[in-house]
Design a protein around this ligand. Structure first.
Ligand SMILES: Cc1ncc(COP(=O)(O)O)c(C=O)c1O
Length: 267
């Protein structure tokens, strides 16, 4: 198949490309903001609303079990996609923003104290840095920024210079939405862990473009959004190392948290 035929075949997967804009065929280049939706994904969503409809993990009847099965198989697919150790390390959220907010709230509430520092960069998306600023206000947790080099990149040298004893969390994007540079996340995690610092990686702009192996990176948390990789709007992922997720108290309660509440002896 030559390139032109291939492009035509790919375009056929995206019904929206049959639209015109101002009398011209639609040309769409805003994929970093959100990708267009392929027919297969649209069909899957329509299939759910047409033939399934039940909630995941809330019912004990056949249709509900079918939803549970589909939900858990999506979790396993996601686990394999980012090479997580176990399916329980994949938490579904509404998107990167929610994943990052949950982490900032839970970690600040439980693990951070007055004067502690979250180290980030000035090339972050607002969703990666504002949750820490907001969550940190009540405890006087501060945000500091790794200086970028002359091209706007995070370097290991600058990262090391920015480290000190009060830094407890490093929160940064694997690929910046501002400049597109990839941060040396694996090396950052190695150095951070030597000092007992946890690393939260915003993978919203990287996961669709780079092979991501969370075990190889050894990051503690990794967040991304479905809608930036041909999935539906309103689906996201919060990956966390199993022991860390177990140690954190959820910020939302209800539904599936009953079992956890009983286990923690809190009710
Ligand atoms: C680097 C980065 N992080 C986080 C987000 C937020 O993602 P979402 O809007 O899907 O929550 C974006 C969105 O553009 C982003 O580029």
């Amino acid at each position: 198949m030559d390139i032109k035929e291939n492009i035509e075949k790919i375009r056929e997967d995206f019904p929206i490309l049959k639209r015109e804009m101002s009398g011209h065929p639609l040309v769409y280049l805003d994929n970093c903001a959100t990708t267009l939706k392929p027919k297969k994904m649209i069909d899957a969503v329509v299939h759910y609303y047409t033939y399934l409809g039940a909630n995941a993990h809330r019912g004990d009847y056949e249709m509900s079990a079918q939803v549970d099965y589909a939900y858990e198989s999506a979790r396993r697919t996601t686990q394999e996609f980012i090479h997580a150790r176990r399916p329980e390390e994949i938490v579904f959220t509404s998107g990167s923003t929610e994943s990052l907010n949950i982490l900032a709230m839970a970690i600040t509430n439980q693990w951070l104290h007055e004067g502690d520092v979250v180290l980030s960069t000035v090339a972050e998306h607002a969703s990666s840095v504002l949750p820490w600023i907001e969550a940190g206000k009540s405890k006087n947790v501060k945000i500091e920024y790794i200086p970028l080099d002359e091209k706007g990149r995070v370097t290991i040298e600058n990262f090391k210079k920015a480290l000190h004893d009060k830094v407890k969390i490093v929160a940064l994007a694997q690929v910046s939405n501002v400049l597109g540079y990839e941060a040396p996340v694996k090396e950052i995690c190695r150095i951070a862990h030597e000092r007992g610092i946890k690393v939260v990686v915003d993978g919203a702009q990287s996961v669709a473009h780079l092979p991501v192996d969370v075990q190889e990176l050894d990051c503690d948390f990794f967040c991304f959004s479905g809608h930036k990789m041909c999935g539906p709007t309103g689906i996201g992922v919060l990956y966390g190392k199993f022991d860390l997720l177990e140690a954190l108290t959820p910020v939302y309660f209800g539904g599936e948290s009953n079992a956890r509440f009983n286990k923690c002896g809190k009710v």
